[in-house]
Design a protein around this ligand. Sequence first.
Ligand SMILES: Cc1ncc(COP(=O)(O)O)c(C=O)c1O
Ligand SMILES: [Zn+2]
Length: 427
Amino acid sequence: MLLTPSKGENLPTAYGGAIVVGYAKVVKENVYMRCTHCGAVYDASPRRFFCEKCGGILEVVVEPPKQVVFRGRGVWRYHSLLPLNTSEPVTLNEGNTPLLEIKRIAENISFKGKLYAKYEGANPTGSFKDRGMTVAVTLAREIGVRHAIAASTGNTASSAAAYTARAGIKLTLVLPRGKVALGKLGQSILHGADIVEIEGSFDDALKAVIKASTISTSVYPLNSFNAWRLEGQKTIAFEIWEEIGVPDWVVVPVGNGGNIAAIWKGFKELREAGLIDSLPRMAGVQASGAAPLATAFERGLDKPEFVEKPETIATAIRIGKPINWAKAMKAVRESNGVFVKVTDEEILAAQHMLARLEGIGAEPAGAASIAGLKKLVEEGVIERGETVVVVVTGHALKDPDSMMRAPCRRKVASTVDEAVRMVVGGE
Ligand SMILES: Cc1ncc(COP(=O)(O)O)c(C=O)c1O
Ligand SMILES: [Zn+2]
């Protein structure tokens, strides 16, 4: 049900109370939904994704609670800032990921400030998606979903497969055929998802999921157009803040644009709750063959021109039509941030640098943020004395083929003695 159209940020608390009967138990009272495009507000519903007035994408609004309590570890530590009431989440203890100072990379790029990597590869299935999935699958279970669906470049698939397995919910994935990295496909198979491989891109797969969830309420979508999922992902901001306060910049690889929007939302909510008074600038990094947002930013456009045939080695961000484009552009604009493009060569070089200077294994998309950081420092956009957090979104094991492309001195020894000579002789 549409409540009232509104352009303002500050809506009456009363709207938060209007929850559809049946969801009231799981959705908190201080929660409603709002269109990112036209500002229309709606009561909170787990099955509401797009604006009835303009078709724009919705966000979940959690009004600042009276009391903020942080308890425990990981995503559910921030229960008081999350939209759900639950004492038994579907969890694999996601979140609480390492925030690692990366001094050797800082030195390598002549960066004099404080530089950190937020290593999201350390999540249970190896990417930040787990933070969102714990929330979305908990909600799905609470409202009685039996069959979930998701389109994916790979990591959403792995994560949805693990969390739906834990919740006892059937999952069907729609994947772009031949374009999902081996580790991710393997995880999806291992956790028992049904898989539909579409001859097309991720954007086609997503279209199929949106259509399916529009025509049938018997399937529940776990993609990032489901704003409830992004609520879990905002906890990246909370963890960064608890550990080092508010950095000057947060650098994030961007595909559909959900994660950068979620992190920005997290920082804004900390400010609304009176816990911080400054905000970081957000830098979104796209691969040059799949960069509709970075191109729009370069050209000063309000809307991106979609890319029909996106191409990059960083398959996780091989997306031409970012479903959350408006949220991502808003995050960058509001934060006085930037979008930047990096080439596949720069992404692979960053992946190797992260692995070899810091011991951090990232899949290519996960290292794209490091490539973006390097470029932004070289261009003087990020100043050399600032405090920067680079989000490394996915684990190296996700994409074994990309690891095998790293340069390596490998030899074959046919005898033990030859191996000994090679080892001690440095041959
Ligand atoms: C490793 C990795 N990094 C970055 C992204 C991009 O995130 P978003 O689509 O929220 O922009 C994805 C999305 O699949 C991903 O798997
Ligand atoms: Zn709208």
